[in-house]
Design a protein around this ligand. Structure first.
Ligand SMILES: [Zn+2]
Ligand SMILES: [Zn+2]
Length: 435
């Protein structure tokens, strides 16, 4: 009898009463078709594959990660809370050793949601992976986590959240940002001053096929994971690299996704994008579940694969081989990782974040304290085009006394007349304070 080699947990939450609009690509059918396919294939009847029921995350769970303005209620719906909470259920099943891996098939997605949230960016309001990881850290004491984002779009929100955190390795492989939303994810984005080298970006050319994805997985991603030695590997499992996806230009198949999953062996996978609702998502997700469970996935094939799938063009193959070589020399090279600022220096960074769905511009100026003892205190002055003026102060987990002092000073000295909201997210003391 068929039995899962690895005990696998599944959480489904299609959010069938929530969509950006009825015809928007990110809508409930994405998961309803997948759910049908999984039931039809009998995956839920296989011993060792267990379905878990989602529960909502709380605002406190969100506050470990985000600064939501004007508040959490204004930027989330019940669906967002259940989507994040579904990931936390998957995490509990893993951490309590009921399963060896788990896949949260939930929506709305989350990987474009950044530290500060004013609304929806790239179909995302809150970051499901980050909310899950910070819940795991607070509840189970895990420190080193790696996130491998295999969505076609750069995981810019997750990168932003973990930019300064040396205990989180964030790797994103995605379609080159010069050709696709959100237009970021270049190799020179390799982490903030206290976390150099814990962000790795692998931009791939349009038309990359499974050969290219598996090549960078073996040549770059797996060696980086071996160097970092995480306690947990999380996969932001976006299925929009599929050759039939309507909003991207890649050339990946369900079989390729399953092979990638079987080699990456994530402890936790969280669904991100994937908009080829009928032609690919059900098959890609079935392939991933079989691979997680350690079952044979060789028969998983899209209905029109024979007619539609084109192998990766040869010029793309040679381009990716050269790219992998360059990236490895760059990522492994120590030069740019060296910490050349002395402890206590305050570094400033300015940028503008664009919310494509809600049409908000956010002008940010960020200060971070250079620190070798901890991840470093930071604060963001933010001004949105909707008129918010806010100050977000962060004291990291395991912060040193000097960084804690700096964070508290930023918070205490902020003039309430200048800002509508002044917030301290104190991760060391597990509090979130507003004034
Ligand atoms: Zn995507
Ligand atoms: Zn410090």
């Amino acid at each position: 009898m068929l039995r899962a080699k690895n005990k696998t947990g599944l959480v489904f939450f299609p959010a069938f009463d929530w969509a950006i609009s009825p015809t928007h690509p990110e809508r409930e059918e994405r998961l309803l078709y997948t759910q049908d396919q999984i039931i039809e294939e009998g995956l839920l009847d296989i011993p060792g594959i267990t379905e878990y029921r989602a529960r909502p995350a709380t605002y406190e769970d969100i506050r470990r990660v985000h600064f939501c303005f004007p508040d959490e209620r204004a930027v989330t719906t019940e669906s967002h809370l259940i989507s994040s909470g579904g990931c936390m259920v998957a995490a509990d099943a893993l951490m309590k050793k009921e399963v060896e891996c788990a896949f949260a098939l939930v929506r709305p997605p989350g990987h474009h949601a950044t530290r500060i949230v004013y609304g929806n960016r790239g179909f995302c309001n809150v970051n499901n992976e980050a909310i899950m990881i910070e819940y795991i850290r607070d509840t189970y004491g895990v420190r080193k986590v790696a996130i491998v984002d295999t969505d076609c779009h750069h995981g810019d929100g997750t990168q932003d959240i973990y930019w300064n955190d040396p205990e989180t390795l964030f790797i994103s492989m995605h379609q080159d940002g010069r050709t696709l939303y959100p237009g970021s994810g270049f190799p020179t984005e390799f982490g903030g001053i206290n976390a150099r080298g814990t962000t790795l970006n692998i931009p791939l050319p349009p038309n990359t096929g499974e050969e290219g994805f598996l090549y960078v997985l073996d040549e770059i991603v797996i060696p980086a994971l071996e160097r970092f030695e995480p306690e947990l590997v999380v996969n932001s499992a976006g299925q929009d690299n599929h050759y039939s996806d309507p909003i991207t230009n890649m050339n990946f198949s369900a079989q390729g996704y399953a092979t990638l999953t079987s080699r990456l062996k994530p402890h936790l996978a969280v669904l991100e994008g994937g908009y080829s609702i009928e032609d690919s998502l059900p098959y890609v997700n079935v392939g991933i579940i079989l691979a997680l469970a350690g079952l044979d996935y060789s028969h998983v094939r899209e209905p029109r694969y024979d007619v539609e799938y084109k192998p990766q063009p040869r010029d793309i193959t040679s381009f990716i081989q050269r790219l992998a070589k360059e990236l490895n020399a760059y990522f492994v090279g120590e030069e740019h990782l060296r910490h050349c600022q002395s402890d206590g220096t305050i570094i400033k960074r300015s940028r503008c974040i664009h919310y494509d769905t809600d049409m908000i511009q956010d002008e940010q100026s960020e200060l971070i304290r250079v620190c070798r003892q901890c991840a470093g205190a930071w604060c963001i002055h933010s001004r949105s085009s909707w008129g918010h003026k806010t100050l977000a102060v962060h004291n990291p987990r395991h912060s040193c006394p000097e960084c804690t002092k700096t964070a508290l000073e930023w918070f205490d000295q902020a003039d309430k007349k200048t800002y509508q909201h002044v917030v301290l997210q104190d991760r060391a003391n597990r509090t979130y304070v507003m004034k």
